[in-house]
Design a protein around this ligand. Structure first.
Ligand code: GLU
Length: 507
């Protein structure tokens, strides 16, 4: 492949980026990097009514977190800038002029109210009003007026829009790298607005002009843009420009497969749909993010990459470099991919256990400090992590799984008390405590040996003793091997828990 490959991600800053958008950007990135090409970030903010403050910064922060780096963009600069469409506003008028001159576009003066009346009338007849090859013949536009009348209206300051003139009775032939050949009859298309008299282009015009001026070779975007493809292809033809290649990515679906996973799903389904937490500036409502939920960015990226693309092998764990190496559009599926929140957690677990205990312990120490205002020694954290990490998917889950290493139980599981705490238990536990007291080097194996020989000597049941002892040390029927727990909490703490437990359960 050539170095001239240029792709772009072109979000509109209308809110936080949805994970589907992150996946689109990721596939663009993988595709470009594999080809030694360039990845561009272009902000499509021509629709100022939908502008949301903070969205642009959010988008950039999200990509930084994911490790997706742009070669050109609003921060990176580049020779095809500016990369924010509102700053390119003056560039589009000439292109509209070009289309008007070549007869590929026309002025339309229908007011919003008039169009609304047509829509309503069509609705009552169970029809849909579209501004197309047929209806435009009867509407208020330059196709049905003399040049002098058109000039006069414009000179008088009458608001207008410029619409694209869809050619009559033709088929638009398109090629999509994922969907293959597509053909659409021109009568089904509407004469979309390209430009408004306030000087703002619409998405369609700005998108095509910018892709052309920025020398984009491949447009890789979500399937929701497929219906716009015929217009885009016709626009390229009208301008007489070479077309980029197109690839429309299948949708990300809700876990049950019923419909698209949308921004509005927010936390409603029990998992985030945004990479980072987002606080809506208007409503003040907060939506959760993968970063704040404790995901590693590499796990998040790995999970997203496999939602719609498959490597053609059993391999599931890929670093970014491995993804770049393995990625191809040929292996992107045609049908939607169901989002699986459990699988997302599984990926995080895989990345967690790939780390050294030392690394996890450092993360946990930092977490304990900031979330619990608690300090534990590096040695203790390291031992706990070694014993517990297989049980958790996130570093923050270590707390619930390991709290008894840090704090003595405050209560004792009632069911266990009923079942395991017998009349003879207090005496037995006290005599076991006395045995443990004699150990000088309080290691797990020394503790184990002592407990075992004491059980054998007294002809007791291993199960009964161990369950009662766990109740006193942990307060609940959970946790790793008791010898390991005692080694970590130490002799003094072990003995104190046994004795305090006996006391607490007596009263
Ligand atoms: N601005 C469009 C969006 O918000 C870009 C679509 C495209 O990639 O052409 O997704």
């Amino acid at each position: 492949m050539s170095e001239n490959i240029r792709v772009r991600f072109a979000p509109s800053p209308t809110g936080p980026l949805h994970i589907g958008g992150v996946r689109t950007a990721l596939y663009n990135y993988l595709f470009a990097k594999k080809a030694g090409g360039k990845m561009i970030l272009r902000i499509e903010d021509t629709d100022q009514t939908r502008f949301v403050p903070g969205a642009e910064q959010y988008i950039m922060e999200a990509f930084k977190w994911c490790g997706i780096q742009f070669d050109e963009g609003i921060n990176e600069g580049g020779k095809y800038g500016p990369y924010r469409q509102s700053e390119r506003k003056n560039m589009y008028a000439d292109y509209v002029e070009q289309l008007l001159k070549s007869g590929n576009a026309y002025y339309a003066f229908d007011t919003a109210e008039e169009l609304d009346t047509y829509r309503k009338a069509a609705d009552t007849d169970k029809q849909t009003f579209i501004y197309n090859t047929e209806s435009r013949k009867k509407l208020h536009n330059s196709l049905n007026m003399s040049e002098a009348d058109v000039k006069k209206l414009i000179a008088d300051g009458t608001p207008y829009v410029v619409r694209f003139l869809i050619p009559e009775n033709t088929s638009v032939e398109m090629k999509d790298l994922i969907r293959g050949e597509i053909s659409v009859k021109s009568e089904t298309l509407d004469d979309k607005v390209l430009y408004k008299s306030d000087g703002m282009p619409t998405y369609h015009l700005a998108n095509i002009v910018d892709d052309h001026l920025m020398k984009i070779t491949h447009v890789i975007r979500g399937e929701e843009w497929l219906p716009s493809l015929p217009l885009h292809v016709l626009l390229y033809q009208a301008f007489g420009w070479n077309m980029p290649q197109f690839a429309h990515l299948p949708l990300l679906l809700k876990p049950d497969g019923n419909g698209k996973l949308s921004k509005r799903d927010g936390d409603r389904l029990g998992f985030p749909v945004f990479p980072l937490q987002w606080k809506d500036p208007k409503s003040g409502e907060t939506s959760s993010g993968y970063r704040e939920n404790g995901y590693y960015p590499a796990a998040f990226v790995n999970m997203l990459a496999l939602l719609g693309w498959n490597p053609g092998s059993e391999q599931e764990i890929f670093s970014m470099d491995e993804l770049i190496e393995a990625f191809s559009l040929e292996r992107v599926g045609k049908s939607g991919s169901k989002f699986d929140p459990e699988k997302a957690k599984w990926f995080n677990h895989q990345y967690l256990i790939k780390k050294t205990d030392q690394e996890i312990a450092e993360e946990w120490i930092a977490w304990l400090k900031s979330e619990k205002q608690l300090e534990i020694t590096a040695d203790k954290a390291l031992k706990i992590v070694g014993l517990i990490k297989e049980r958790v998917q996130f570093v923050h889950e270590l707390w619930n799984e390991a709290i008894f290493f840090i704090e003595a139980p405050e209560s004792y599981d009632e069911k266990v008390v009923k079942k395991r705490w017998k009349a003879e238990s207090p005496n037995q536990m006290e005599s076991l405590a006395q045995q443990l007291e004699t150990i000088t080097d309080f290691t797990a194996s020394a503790v184990d040996e002592k407990v075992k020989s004491w059980i054998t000597d007294n002809e007791l049941s291993m199960g009964a003793v161990m369950n009662a002892l766990r109740l006193l040390l942990v307060g609940a029927p959970k946790g790793p091997h008791l010898g390991d727990i005692m080694e970590v909490i130490g002799k003094t703490e072990s003995l104190s828990r046994i004795r305090e437990g006996i006391h607490a359960l007596q009263s």
